[in-house]
Design a protein around this ligand. Sequence first.
Ligand SMILES: *Cc1c(COP(=O)(O)O)cnc(C)c1O
Length: 403
Amino acid sequence: MRRFFLGLAANYNREDRHSQLFTIGRKEDYKDLQQFLLRKYTGERALLTKNGRSALALALKAYFDKGDKILVNGFTCYAVYEAIKAAGLEPVFADITKTDLNFNANTLNDAWAGSDNSRPWAGDEAGGTPAARSEASTVGETATAGPAQSSIKGIIIQNTLGHPTNIVAIEKFATEHNLIIIEDLAHCAGVKYPDGREVGTVGAATALSFGKDKSIDTVSGGAVIFRHPYKNRIEAPFKTPKLSDHLRARFYPTFGAICRVLAHIHLGGALMRFLVRIHWVEKSADSKLDLKRKPSKFETRRALIQIKSLSKSGEKPIREFYLVKNRAEVLAKLKKSGYYFDAFWYEKPVSPVRYYKKVHFPEESCKNAVYVADHIINLPTYYKKNSLKAAREIIKEYLEEEQ
Ligand SMILES: *Cc1c(COP(=O)(O)O)cnc(C)c1O
């Protein structure tokens, strides 16, 4: 239990805690951040949201209709699933590679073929791409035949843990299948694709999370930038944040630090239980989706400062990862050497584990994702770099051959 507290909110340094507590936001901060995002991501409209999943849900609602299917990385956060569902869509999970934890053209093809509408353009009023239409006619169908089927219309790019995907191949796949690209920057704000373009400048819309442990971290908050015209009406979030959410975001890094100190005299647990009980500490996966609420002003101001300094700091993965052979044994060894490694990204193909059952994840067709979830270790983000040397040595003994 005591070890648990060593990781609690420990990635915020003293300066972060201080700014989180004392930053005073102004009304103009909303506009300033929106303007900045519009310039950075060359967008037409930018909206600020309560969290990343609400931003992603707005992006999806704007471009897709209820019942549409959307390709998504088969190794992800429940927040993504929640956003897809909130927009009335169905996820189609594509398997990942063990090297960058992203889908690629091959696994996307497999997911496409395995989906029950691999002949998706037949009932589409718009007729799909000319290529898709002629394909439909070669199998004896006209573009207007049959009832309108739901079909795969889009793809969410995630760049897992900040590892950029081979964007050129994904764009080619998207063009061939007439898919709209949505970029989810929760893990990767500031990162560049192999061809030099920055993430968030490729798709029709870009969603950002400013949540705990994300590449921009103000405890909560999010934003969506619409880069291309969209068909459905989207109402801007207009409600101010709840006082409780505001206070939670204010105090979370500081309370975490206090719990860590108290843990040494065995009081951290008591305080922690109390804070959880009054909902002042909340697991980030439990953050509620809310399409109507804005982030607080002070978080908006902090997000603007962080996103402005991204080019200096944002090009590294948010979590260093290794695939190890016998994870339980490695963890036991690490523990013996005094390391506390908290939750993994991700312990299940769609995490956290307590929501996994709801997802009905296709384990047979996403074998790599299942494997990775069982074998991944993330280096915690709260140890100083050189103090992880011994941990890396331990992990090295258990690495899989191909790494
Ligand atoms: C965390 C996360 C989000 C959104 O997170 P919020 O907690 O809603 O801010 C979106 N996508 C991925 C891949 C994430 O890990």
